[in-house]
Design a protein around this ligand. Structure first.
Ligand SMILES: C[S@@+](CC[C@H](N)C(=O)[O-])C[C@H]1O[C@@H](n2cnc3c(N)ncnc32)[C@H](O)[C@@H]1O
Length: 218
């Protein structure tokens, strides 16, 4: 993904508290089981180099953040960033986010799901690899607590429209709710590395938020 080479990770840095393999996660993977505390859990799918995880974890110390990143070197890089800052409320999982949702996350256990700039898989024959697919959308709805939110941003208009369609047909999540663009005054004032790249190139960014509402009582 990123064009710049990743900075070298200090070999003496102990990543054990920040980096996990999917098969090592407790099952069910609740905040209490993974972080040893009862706290709202937020999950990022495809955390890349980890800018969102480190800024969100520092800003919201009473929430727990789990990133899932399938490319091991990015997961290690993210874990190193969290470890250097001593952020004990965030971890990264080196593995497939789709399996995490389908097999590890219990019903109504997640306060927010974040999907920022997922790989677009441009070619028609590769589109089935996209994370914003029917089974994933159903899992997002299942794992979200009532009132919880899905945050989905992309720079690809066609992927955005196709995902809104899947969300409308396969879930009862309410949205898309409008998300205003935040002013960025500092180099790192972006939600993710890809947002920074797109805005620097003046590329459009399509942002959406969806909410799970409580079911009406009968
Ligand atoms: C285009 S990058 C965006 C990274 C980051 N969200 C950002 O906005 O800077 C997409 C990332 O999702 C990861 N990814 C793709 N499919 C995944 C999956 N099934 N599970 C976990 N990570 C995945 C890729 O390895 C890549 O790091």
């Amino acid at each position: 993904m990123g064009r710049r080479a990743l900075r070298r990770i200090d070999p003496n840095l102990d990543l054990s508290g920040w980096l996990a393999e999917l098969d090592d996660l407790p099952q069910p993977a609740t905040a209490a089981a993974m972080f040893g505390r009862e706290a709202p859990l937020e999950v990022e799918v495809g955390s890349g180099k980890g800018l969102f995880l480190r800024t969100a974890a520092a800003e919201y110390p009473h929430r727990c953040f789990l990133g899932a990143e399938v490319v091991h070197k990015y997961a290690r890089f993210t874990a190193a960033g969290l470890a250097r800052r001593g952020l004990t409320n965030a971890k990264v999982l080196a593995g497939d986010a789709l399996r995490l949702f389908a097999e590890w996350l219990p019903d109504q256990s997640v306060a927010a799901v974040h999907v920022y700039f997922p790989d677009p898989w441009w070619k028609a024959r590769h589109r089935k690899r996209r994370v914003m697919r029917e089974s994933f959308v159903r899992d997002v709805e299942r794992v979200l607590e009532p009132g919880g939110g899905l945050h989905f941003w992309t720079d690809v208009a066609e992927y955005f429209e196709a995902s809104l369609e899947v969300l409308a047909t396969c879930s009862r999540l309410v949205g898309p709710l409008p998300v205003p663009e935040r002013a960025a005054e500092h180099e790192m004032d972006y939600r993710t590395h890809f947002e920074r790249r797109m805005r620097r190139h003046r590329a459009a960014v399509f942002r959406s938020e969806f909410r799970k509402t409580p079911l009406p009582s009968t």
